[in-house]
Write a protein of this length. Structure first.
Length: 464
């Protein structure tokens, strides 16, 4: 009985120990196993990148970032770049341009009030008795007259301005003269500054634009001048008549060996075809291109010619009127026979039915320019620099005319200098032009010097 109670007590203790110790009692009794599990630390689980949407901007990955393991090989997605500054579209640019350049109002729907500002700009050159330029003049030394009535000057300046020059090259001159012009064209580009612009025209039996306005120091202008070299005209031989090189008697060729037709049946006289020298057409075409130049520039047409004119459709008076209405000055380097004093005297006498020779002095005088006769090649090259120097050192005087803007007739101009022994070179008149712009008027009652010397003739305001 007692032995049964001991077994029962021991069984109860065993159950109690089993309940209290639980898993510890089930672990192996090897002494090294617990020490090995305590020495190994717990490692973190590898984490993959989240599944990003292609529309979400993603920055650059870290250099040591773990590479995710993909279950299927797929093409790498290109991350979307960060949002940049939006570029203006073509419609936006057109709207911006339309905002800057406002179209003129429609006077049929609103009331337009037109205000005329009759401002006149007159550039002029002053030389002494030796032909040297005279610097240092002030507005007190100058008087300006329009239709013999003295005007009150509102602007006077001697500051140099940028030039817009249309160069006109005559390719109808004789062969030897054309050779001198061709050799001197390489020096033409050096006569201009980097602020000038030049257009090139050539003419023979018609006018051709070689290039529109381009930078004076650009490689384009040098290439165009090289392409503008011509061959010139050759001497025309007379086949028949008293001046022919054949032997004739009473209009009949008696030697068939010297006849171009190799027979003696040709009779009569042969008149050579007249040469074409469309000088007026070339000046007008160059002036029309120069009239589009900015108004703050000096507009110049520079002609290299012998002055002969025949076959032009434009009339001389119409060309002069266009030049004076658009403030275009004409300068010329005369070459060939026109450059020799006395040699071209008979050529200057116009005969009915014949070409007009040396018309340049008349056109140049009415626009305020000058002619420079040069026969040799070295003189032609130096002429380029002299003419550009005179143009760049001109004085400019401006005033408000008292003439009605509705009067479109020519107004005569005369500039006088209150110093003895000086010569003033300026245009002899002008025609009113409504496309000019107005400079800043003087505020202290005295003439002021401004950069823009071409004022508008009229401005329009709108009343709703």
């Amino acid at each position: 009985m007692e032995q049964g109670r001991q077994n029962l007590v021991l069984g109860a203790l065993t159950v109690a120990l089993t309940v209290m110790c639980g898993p510890l009692a089930a672990q192996p009794t090897t002494p090294q196993q617990p020490s090995q599990q305590q020495a190994i630390p717990d490692a973190p689980r590898p984490q993959a990148l989240p599944n990003l949407s292609p529309l979400t901007p993603v920055g650059p990955a870290l250099p040591n970032a773990p590479t995710p393991v993909a279950t299927k090989p797929a093409e790498p997605e290109v991350p979307t770049a960060l949002p940049s500054t939006p570029q203006p579209t073509a419609e936006a640019e057109q709207e911006a341009q339309s905002d800057e350049k406002i179209a003129p109002p429609d006077c049929s729907k609103v009331t337009c009030i037109t205000v005329y500002s009759n401002y006149v700009n007159v550039p002029f050159t002053v030389k002494d008795s030796k032909g040297h330029l005279v610097p240092g003049l002030t507005w007190r030394d100058v008087r300006i007259f329009e239709n013999n009535v003295q005007q009150q000057p509102k602007l006077f300046t001697a500051d140099p301005v940028a030039l817009s020059v249309a160069v006109v090259i005559d390719q109808s001159v004789p062969f030897d003269t054309m050779t001198k012009i061709n050799n001197s064209l390489s020096a033409l580009q050096g006569a201009f500054s980097q602020y000038d612009e030049v257009a090139v025209f050539t003419y023979n039996n018609g006018v051709k634009m070689q290039t529109e306005f381009t930078a004076a120091q650009s490689a384009r202008l040098g290439a165009v001048l090289n392409l503008s070299k011509g061959k010139g005209s050759e001497f025309t031989y007379v086949d028949n008549g008293p001046l022919s090189h054949n032997i004739t008697r009473n209009g009949y060729e008696i030697d068939p060996n010297t006849s171009p037709n190799h027979n003696s049946t040709v009779t009569g006289f042969e008149t050579p075809e007249r040469e074409k020298h469309t000088l007026l057409d070339a000046i007008l075409t160059a002036a029309q291109e120069t009239a589009h130049a900015p108004k703050e520039r000096r507009r110049i047409v520079y002609v290299i010619t012998d002055g002969k004119e025949y076959g032009s459709k434009a009339k001389e008076k119409d060309v002069i009127k266009y030049l004076q209405a658009n403030n275009v000055e004409v300068y010329a380097t005369l070459v060939g026979d026109s450059a020799i004093p006395g040699l071209g005297f008979l050529d200057r006498m116009h005969l009915p039915g014949q070409m007009r020779d040396d018309i340049m002095p008349r056109i140049v005088a009415t626009t305020g320019g000058e002619t420079d006769p040069e026969y040799r090649q070295g003189g032609i090259e130096k002429s380029f620099a002299r003419i550009t120097e005179e143009v760049r050192t001109q004085y400019t005087i401006g005033y408000y005319t008292r003439m009605s803007p509705l009067n479109e007739s020519k107004r005569t101009i005369e500039v006088r200098v209150l110093r003895p022994g000086l010569t003033v070179i300026s245009k002899d008149g002008y025609y009113p032009n409504a496309h000019d712009s107005m400079p800043t008027p003087a505020t202290n009652g005295k003439p002021t010097a401004v950069t823009s010397t071409t004022p508008p003739a009229a401005s329009t305001t709108t009343a709703h």
